[in-house]
Design a protein around this ligand. Structure first.
Ligand code: KG4
Ligand code: ZN
Length: 361
């Protein structure tokens, strides 16, 4: 199967072509066989939004509109295939910024109609999760830690496309906290990579380490998170001692401490949820999964505490928003569809709904 994926939910315009070999998949009981990425084009608007300190929805839509067709054309050209060769189009239809989402979904609908291809809607977070199935197979049950700019969730999957949210943030998402703290420290947008880069230059002590920032909800009995208070703690630290902002070394130190506070909470909650739900695989997904320290430390903690549990992370280029992950999720959705529904998908292009708060189900 050849699948075109399209993603425009936030500030990246992305299109990708993937190839899946159905005959090989059938003989391997269809379980997450390696998917071949023929192309994955991402046009980032980061520079455009940086001067506003965050994503401006209508600006994002304008850029998506300008870029969507060139990006789709580039994905076909790089994959060296023609539109006629496609078997399926998969597009993110939520959650996200409505003006941004609509550019992707309307482009996908138009192309599905014009090219006479079936169309499938993909939940953005489902895409992030299925970035993990591009390179590898995974054994169920899976516990997935989703950490992005809009989501922080622990999701239990007993099988493909079955999601049980066992914990989530009660306020800010982890990525959002990175972005807000970066703004407080004048490190620019997006904050995650900026803080990670700064933190690299400060080694937190390994012995007698006394944290200066709180680890919110780390001792709570549930698997929920809270990051808003942590951001406020950074704000107060800077308000109490404004000289920090002028001292590169102190900013670096604060970045390392903040990053570690987030990681400590994420690891602690993931391990305790894993102890309760005993998954065979623990996965990491979403933009914050690009964080090198989180990738490393979570891996170490699993190896030490749950040595029989497999740890799986997406390739870094599929951690942040891209369309290969949307095509991958679209493939698994297509696989699970009864034949009659697959037929309907060809005529259903105009029924696809775009939803800012689409639920994962
Ligand atoms: O998944 P994503 O690309 O978009 C959303 O779906 O939200 O995630 C973007 C988020 C931003 O908050 C960004 O600051 C964060 O992921 N991020 C990182 C890193 N790279 C991106 N956070 C921490 N460390 C990173 N290296
Ligand atoms: Zn995302």
């Amino acid at each position: 199967m050849l699948i075109l994926g399209i993603e425009t939910s936030c500030d990246e315009t992305a299109a990708a072509i993937i190839r899946t070999d159905l005959t090989r998949l059938a003989s391997r009981r269809k379980e997450g066989e390696k998917i071949e990425i023929l192309s994955s084009i991402v046009s980032s608007q980061v520079k455009l939004h940086a001067k506003w300190g965050g994503v401006v929805p209508n600006l994002a839509a304008r850029e998506h509109l300008k870029n969507i067709l060139p990006v789709i054309e580039a994905s076909l050209a790089k994959a060296a295939i023609k539109a006629g060769d496609l078997d399926l189009i998969a597009v993110t239809n939520g959650p996200g910024l409505i003006p941004a989402l609509l550019i992707g979904t309307n482009a996908a609908k138009t192309l599905a109609y014009r090219w006479q291809k079936p169309l499938i809607g993909v939940h953005h977070i489902e895409g992030h999760i299925y970035a993990n199935f591009i390179e590898e197979k995974a054994k169920f049950p899976i516990l997935c830690l989703v950490v992005s700019g809009g989501h922080t969730q622990l999701i239990l999957m007993r099988n493909h496309l079955q999601y049980e949210i066992v914990g989530q943030t009660v306020d800010d998402a982890a990525g959002e906290a990175f972005d807000k703290v970066a703004r407080i420290l004048n490190l620019g947008y997006p904050g995650g990579p900026a803080i990670a880069e700064a933190a690299k230059n400060h080694q937190l002590p390994t012995a007698n380490y006394k944290p200066t920032l709180p680890r919110p909800m780390i001792a709570s009995k549930n698997f929920d998170f809270s990051f808003s208070g942590l951001k406020t703690a950074v704000l107060y630290t800077v308000k109490k001692n404004p000289k920090i902002l002028k001292d590169k070394k102190l900013v670096t130190e604060l970045c390392a401490e903040f990053q570690q506070a987030v990681i400590d909470v994420l690891i602690n909650k993931t391990l305790s949820a894993a102890k309760k739900h005993t998954p065979r695989t623990i996965m990491l997904a979403g933009g914050v999964s690009a964080n090198e320290e989180l990738r490393k430390q979570l891996g170490k903690a699993i190896k030490k505490n749950l040595p029989d549990t497999k740890y799986q992370i997406p390739d870094k280029k599929y951690s942040i928003d891209n369309a290969a992950m949307i095509a991958s999720a679209g493939f698994f959705r297509w696989q699970k569809m009864p034949a009659a529904k697959q037929k309907d998908a060809l005529k259903n292009w105009n029924k696809l709904k775009t939803e800012a708060n689409l639920k994962l189900r």
